[in-house]
Every structure is written in C-alpha cells, then in structure tokens.
Design a protein around this ligand. Structure first.
Ligand code: 218
Length: 185
C-alpha cells in the first residue's frame, strides 16, 4: 500500500476513535473534557499537520453525520464543529522536531516538542470555544455572571482537563512506545 493511502486510512481510523470517545456522556455539562482529543493529538504528532488537520476535520464532521451537534447558528457551528475540531491537528506542526529529537535519542527534548504540540492544538481549540461561548452561549450564563467570565470558567476548565488527559497519554506513549511517533511506512 502506498504511504499516502496508508496514512489516510490511519487518519480515518483515528478520527473514528476520537468520535467514539465523544460519545462519553457530558457528565459535567460543558465542563466535561474532550476525551477524543487523546487519539487525535497522538495521531497528529505521528503523521504531521497535513494529516492531523484532516483527521481533526473528519472528527468534527462526524458530529454532523451522527447527530451530535449543538446548533445555535451557522457561524457558531462552523467555528465550534469545523474549525475547532480541525485545530486539534495543529499538534502536527511539531512532528518534524519531535522525530528529529527521537532519532538522536534526546528523549526529554522529544517530550518537550510533543507537549508544545499538544498545548498548541488544545489551547487554540478552546480559545475558539471561549470566543463562541462569549458570542453565542451568553444566555446560558447564571444570572449576574458576565458572558466573558462564564465562557472562561466553562471552556477554561474543559480545556485544562482535556490538556491534562492528552499530556498524560503522551508521557505514557512516548516512554513505552516511542516508535509510535516514528512510523517507518
Ligand atoms: C459557555 C459555552 N457553553 C457551551 C459551548 C459549546 N461548546 C463548548 C465546548 C466544546 C464544544 C464542542 C462539542 O464538544 C461546544 C459546542 C461554548 N463554546 N461555550
């Protein structure tokens, strides 16, 4: 199988895995972390930004196919389900330095690059949810609370929890299976 086809199949598999994890119920309302971010960021770090952004886009679009979209308006949905999910692939911008560091056995440096990628992707995504929260979700704020502070507490909590799960998964996988980040096909 050509490398391109193989990587596209991987992108589809990881996007599907992320979507399956999106079915974990919102047990803490909008404060609930996005567990699907774990496979998506790991995949983006493995294959780079082009395939990572594609996998993120597929993950976002799968919400439409499976009826998991919270729709307030067209621009809200484009920001939160197309742009925000695609942004998870931004981690792939750190793939080249990550793989260089692994090749020269610089494990701490490799970990640092992977974590920068994870932060870049997760923070960018939740900044978009924060902005959408201020513009579109302000009517859900408790009485007397500003839209900015409401969106910051909700999306800040979800973003930090999501980042925590992603960071833990990167530390474990980079220590136990560094070859995951150095695919040879
Ligand atoms: C204050 C607030 N509430 C709800 C949302 C909507 N939101 C938040 C996080 C993640 C997602 C994508 C689906 O998991 C959505 C739609 C918001 N932005 N702000």
């Amino acid at each position: 199988m050509s490398k391109n086809i193989r990587t596209l199949v991987e992108a589809a598999i990881f996007a599907a895995l992320a979507m399956a994890l999106s079915f974990i119920p919102d047990f803490a309302s909008w404060f609930t972390p996005s567990f699907g971010a774990v496979p998506l960021v790991l995949f983006a770090l493995r294959r780079g930004s082009k395939y990572g952004l594609l996998a993120g886009l597929i993950w976002g679009l799968l919400h439409f196919a499976l009826g998991k979209v919270y729709y307030l308006s067209l621009s809200q949905v484009l920001i939160e389900y197309v742009l925000a999910f695609a942004c998870m692939g931004l981690a792939g911008f750190l793939t080249t330095p990550l793989q260089k560091a692994l090749k020269s056995d610089q494990e701490e440096k490799a970990l640092l690059f992977a974590l920068v990628g994870a932060c870049l992707a997760t923070i960018t995504r939740y900044i978009l949810h924060y902005i959408a929260g201020v513009i579109f979700w302000s009517s859900y704020a408790p009485k007397g609370m500003s839209a900015e502070w409401y969106s910051f507490t909700v999306n800040g909590t979800a973003g930090i929890l999501t980042l925590a799960f992603v960071i833990i998964s990167i530390v474990i996988l980079l220590r136990s299976q560094p070859q995951f980040f150095q695919p040879n096909h």
